[in-house]
Design a protein around this ligand. Sequence first.
Ligand code: ACO
Length: 310
Amino acid sequence: TDAQFQQHFDDKIAADISIEAKDWMPDAYRRNLIRQIGQHAHSEVVGMLPEANWLTRAPSLRRKAVLLAKVQDEAGHGLYLYSAAETLGCTRQDIYQKMLAGQMKYSSIFNYPTLNWADIGVIGWLVDGAAIVNQVALCRASYGPYARAMVKICKEESFHQRQGYEAVMVMAQGSEAQKAMLQDAINRFWWPALMMFGPNDSDSPHSAQSMAWKIKRHSNDELRQKFIDNTVPQLEALGMTAPDADLAWDEASGHYRFGEIDWAELHEVIQGRGQCNHERLQAKRKAWDDGSWVRDGAMAHASKRAANAA
Ligand code: ACO
């Protein structure tokens, strides 16, 4: 009976036994995972755009090769995540079209422009750094195909974070103009990176259920705090500052205190009114349309082969 299936599912969650694609699961668990994994996949592929903007203008061949590898990794992450989502019974085509139509989200962070080369280093360091903190926790998510995809993704993200930090270290030791460019990039990406972790726990509609199902192992605020605690010493090592007058070490709690996030800004970006939302979706729609001859060709080839086989 359904009650027995539910009991079996609950027992597995309680015992930290992963849920696999063919196992029974509550519809709401399945829907929630398609939502989260789908959004996550969309973030990976939309996230290629701001960095791709600098591929042709990287300052050296070495920087270009590294950035090219990183952007390709992001495409790969999108593919693993779309595959993980498909194990839940949705089709990639369907969720991708929903993203293009603005009916499914992707991370707010990719709606900010990349204005100069320092932005690329700062994205690797802060944005991929934030992504790792969030994704290491997801390596233990209760849904097996998602958790396993995360393991490989985290290994690659840590290379991304290191390449970003290495690039900003070089700029931090450079000329006054380079230092100023780096500080400007940090000023623009600091708060948006903190917003990647989502709303405060008290305003996060999915958190309680996702934590009960062990999809999320830590709350939005816990992970944001962990990211800040990791990152401030790195910021200090660079000799740079954060655009937050309230940022300070708190001896009593053993954590950094930080200022209030501009939640109205996050809300606007999530609602599609950020600086680059329109441009990002336009680029993805154009890529979809421009690729139609490839899809048509593949379909024609498949149907000819099927006819020949018959
Ligand atoms: N950008 C866009 N949407 C967001 C963001 C954000 N930074 N933060 C929260 N939201 C959305 C949620 O998706 C949810 O929308 P929905 O109900 O329409 O689906 C809504 O705001 C409410 O937020 P929560 O209840 O906190 O949602 P959730 O429990 O899903 O937590 C989080 C949000 C932490 C982002 C979670 O979905 C997650 O861990 N996702 C996987 C990681 C991920 O997607 N990373 C992408 C960036 S990393 C990278 O690609 C390099």
